[in-house]
Design a binder for this molecule. Structure first.
Ligand code: FE2
Ligand code: FE2
Length: 243
């Protein structure tokens, strides 16, 4: 494991944000960085974590004053620490599964695309089940009769994504596996997924995180249930080359 020392005092004319983002973007799997600074870096690291789509995990190893030291690792090198972390990582996996099916289909290799799509569909269903059936009933977030609150938006979007996934599954079940014919449906899901995950991570997960922090007993009860459901897809995902 390589350990890189990043001294924010050595950033020259760059802002702390810009300098550290550049350094952490290059952090390789299995490696770690130690950030040294004389100001509390936690707000900066929270912002960078969001910007890097939760791709890094950091913990304070020395809390100043005077000096702060923060160890930063790739998120994949650290076990999921809470429910939101678990679901955010699962977004990345669901995306990879879908992207793999899409690329193989675009390349005309339907024999390789179809298993990836089937595994994507199974993992998507488990992810949606976790959010709809495990998390939503346990956290009583305010709902609007107009249906424009983050929870209602999430539930509507799940229905739409599943509906398009089922359309493709039905076509495949009927033996219609022409890449050109499936392309428009793949394109719809691709757009829906990206927007949906971004909206969840931005508009809903911060509420879930706050609620779970206030209710640690609920958090402790939900996490293993969610983890069991999500990790049930590990073997199938590995079978199509996705960790
Ligand atoms: Fe979702
Ligand atoms: Fe999600």
């Amino acid at each position: 494991m390589n350990m890189q020392l990043i001294d924010l005092a050595a950033r020259g004319g760059q802002t702390e944000h810009h300098y550290l983002l550049g350094q952490l973007r290059g952090l390789a799997r299995g490696d770690a960085a130690v950030v040294v600074t004389y100001d509390d870096p936690r707000i900066l690291l929270d912002a960078l974590t969001l910007e890097l789509r939760n791709g890094i995990y950091w913990d304070v190893t020395e809390a100043g004053p005077p000096a702060w030291r923060v160890r930063v690792r790739r998120r994949e090198d650290v076990a999921a620490s809470d429910l939101v972390d678990l679901l955010t990582r699962d977004h990345v996996r669901v995306d990879h599964l879908f992207a793999t099916a899409l690329h193989r289909s675009n390349a005309g290799d339907m024999a390789a695309a179809l298993p990836s799509f089937r595994v994507f569909a199974a993992c998507l269903r488990r992810h949606v089940e976790t959010e709809n059936e495990i998390v939503v009933p346990a956290l009583s977030l305010p709902r609007s009769p107009r249906g424009d609150d983050p929870t209602s938006i999430m539930l509507h979007e799940h229905e739409a994504i599943i509906e398009h996934t089922v359309m493709i599954e039905e076509m495949l079940d009927e033996g219609l596996d022409d890449a050109g014919m499936l392309a428009p449906f793949f394109a719809i899901i691709s757009g829906q997924l990206a927007k949906h995950e971004w909206r969840e991570e931005t508009n809903l997960f911060p509420h879930w995180m706050r609620a779970l922090r206030h209710e640690p007993a609920i958090a402790d009860e939900l996490f293993p249930r969610a983890q069991a459901l999500v990790t049930a897809g590990d073997e199938a995902a590995a079978s199509v080359g996705i960790a």
